[in-house]
Ligand binder design. Structure first.
Ligand code: IMP
Ligand code: MG
Length: 181
């Protein structure tokens, strides 16, 4: 039997839980507070979620940010059905929201090779935000990034993680916890 093949069919027994729903909830609450404390009153803040992986994280995170913000999304795709990055990043949805003069926070689910950020950050800088910060739930700490990641939820193991928005070939996004396959 091929465990990955079975796991792809949605068999939860093959997942090892890495972060429980409760651990995630506690950390996201802290991150929301940290983000709220980092800006001055009156700052015009745009939280920009990178789809699809960040959709659950961003929904939980923005409800924990205790200051006024706006929310938009962008979509990039880098991994087809493989578990290693193809190195190619496509912007499949480009946000309409103006970024000029605004404080933009790019929200990622996980930073792995860093390819997605390397490709996206120059594009976002071109839109002349007042500041541009990166917030990620998980960081595998393998990438050498020229862009510092300001907020990190957890330093993640090298395993392939799924759940809480993260997928393997579109499966497992709906799990309330994060597991490895
Ligand atoms: P990077 O471009 O290699 O840094 O990878 C960024 C994107 O790849 C993330 O936003 C995820 O969508 C996806 N990714 C990277 N590692 C994992 C993983 O362990 N599980 C699920 N998706 C991942
Ligand atoms: Mg993905």
């Amino acid at each position: 039997m091929n465990p990955v093949g079975d796991a792809r069919m949605g068999d939860r027994r093959l997942l090892r839980v890495v972060y429980t729903a409760e651990a995630i909830r506690r950390r996201v609450e802290e991150m929301g507070r940290e983000i709220g404390a980092a800006y001055a009153p009156g700052d015009d803040i745009l939280v920009l979620g990178l789809l699809k992986g960040s959709f659950i994280f961003i929904a939980d995170l923005v409800r924990r940010i205790p200051i006024p913000i706006q929310v938009d999304f962008l979509a990039a795709s880098s991994y087809g059905k493989q578990r290693v990055s193809s190195g190619e990043v496509r912007l499949v949805y480009n946000p309409e929201a103006s970024m000029e003069g605004r404080h933009v926070i790019l929200v990622e689910d996980i930073v792995d090779s860093g390819t997605t950020l390397k490709r996206l950050m120059p594009l976002l800088h071109e839109r002349r935000p007042a500041s541009l910060e990166i917030c990620t739930l998980l960081h595998k700490r393998v990438a050498e990034l020229e862009w510092p990641v300001r907020w990190v939820g957890f330093d993640a193991p090298g395993d392939f993680l799924v759940g809480y928005g993260l997928d393997f070939a579109e499966d497992f996004r709906h799990l309330p916890y994060i597991g490895s396959i």
